[in-house]
Design a protein around this ligand. Sequence first.
Ligand code: UDX
Length: 455
Amino acid sequence: LGDLPFAGVMDAAVHVLVFPWPRQGHINPMLHFATALVDAGVQVTFLHTEHNLRRLAQVPLPPRLRLLSIPDGLPDDHPRSFLELLESMCTTSSATYRALLLSADAPVTCVVADGTMPFAIDIAEELGIPALAFATQSACSYLALLSMPRLVELGESPFPTDDLVCGVPGMEGFLRRRDLPRGLYCAEQGDRDPWMLKLAEVTARSSKACALILNTTASMEQPALAHIASHTSDVFAVGPLHARSRLTASASLWQEDDGCMAWLDGHEDRSVVYVSLGSRAVITQEQFTEFLSGLVATGYAFLWALRPDMVQTTSSALLREAVGAVEGSKAHILEWAPQRDVLRHRAVGCFLTHAGWNSTLECALEGVPMVCWPFFSDQQINSRFVGAVWRTGLDMKGVCERGVVERTVREAMVSDKIRGVAQAMAQQLRLDVAQAGPSSSELERLVRFIRELSI
Ligand code: UDX
C-alpha cells in the first residue's frame, strides 16, 4: 500500500472537519477517507449525527481521530426519508454546525462535506473556511446527475425502458433510460421524480465547491472523470479508499454477525453465493419469494444478509423460517455481514448485489463476479457499467423473477470469462492504491491542496 510521504508527521495547523451524509453508504467511505488523512499527519474531526452515534454497534476510532455529533432534528423513532432528513438537517443541524465551526477550541481550517449537503458547504464558505465536496457515488452516476438538465431537455429523463440516451457525454451508445439515477419508489415518474430533481440540484451545487473528491479511480472511470473535471475547479479520484484503510472495526449501524465466517470455512472454494442488497433497499414479500426460489433453484449454498427492515411487513424471524422451510435450501441467513471479510473469503463464488457503489468497489477489489439487482440512486448506472463496460458481472435490469435470478447466478458462478476480467480489475485496483499508483498520487496531491488551503 502507498504510504503517504507525510505519514507520522502531525501538523497541528491543519484541522479538517469531515462531515458525511448520515447513512451507512456515506459514513463508510468518508471514515476511510478521514483515516487516510490522519495517516498523513492531519488533525481530523469526524462529524456524526447524534441519532447515528447512538446506533453505532462499534465506534472505530483510529488514534488522533476526534468524533463529534450534532442533532439531525428528528425524533429517534421517526423514519428518515432522504428529502425529510435533508430538510431537517438544513434547518435544525445548521446552527450547531455553524457554532462548531466558530468554536475557538481547535479551529477548523478546512471542511470536507458530503456533496449531498449543500448547507454544510455554504456555511463553511460564509465563515471563510474552505470547503471541499466529497461524492460517495461513482463518477458515472455523478456525471449523469450533472447532466440531468440536458437529459430532461432532450426528453431522456429516468424511466424503466431500454431507449438509449445521448444526454450524458461519453455514454452514448450504451446508457439506457432505465440506467439513469432515480428515486426509491419513483421509477415511473420521469422528470417529476422529486428525489432525482433534488439530487441533481445538490450535485450541481457540490460541483461548485473549491474541489471535488470521488471514491473512484481513473482505471475504472477515466472518461467520466474527464467530463466531470470540466464542471469543477479540481477533482481528486482517490479510491477505492477502503483498500488503504487501516480501520480494523467497521462503523456499522447494525450489529455485525461474524459467525458466518466459520460457516464459510466449511465450504469449498467458490461454491457460495453471497447476497446483500445494502443498507437502504426494501423489497416486497413477493420479491423475497421470487428471489429465494431463484437462489434455491441454482443449487448453490448462499449466505444472505437480510436486514431486519428489508422485507416490507415481515419480521426477520418469519423470513428465516421461510428460508429454512424451502426444500433443498442450503442457506445461512444473518442480519448484517462483515461484508469486506466475506468478499475476501475463498468460498465466495459470486456476489448478488444491489450495486451500491461501496459494495461494487469492495467486490471489485476482491475480483469476485457480480450479479446486480439495482434499486435506486446510482445503482442502476453502476449495474450497467458492471455488465456492459467493465464486464465484471451481469446486470439483472431490475427484473426480479426466479428464472432470471437462477440463470444469472449460475452464469456468474461458472463463467471463467467474467471471473478472469474481475480478477484483472482487482489486480489493477491494487496497483492504483500502491505506492506511486494513480490513486495514491491523487491522495498526496489532495493532502498538499488541503494544507495549502489551511494556511
Ligand atoms: C447507497 C448507494 O447506492 C451508494 O452508491 C451511495 O454511494 C451510498 O448510498 P447503500 O445501499 O448503503 O448505498 O450500499 P453501498 O454503497 O454498497 O454501501 C453499503 C455498505 O454497507 C458497504 O460498505 C458494505 O460493506 C456495508 N455492508 C452491507 C455491511 O458491512 N454488511 C452488510 O450486511 C451489508
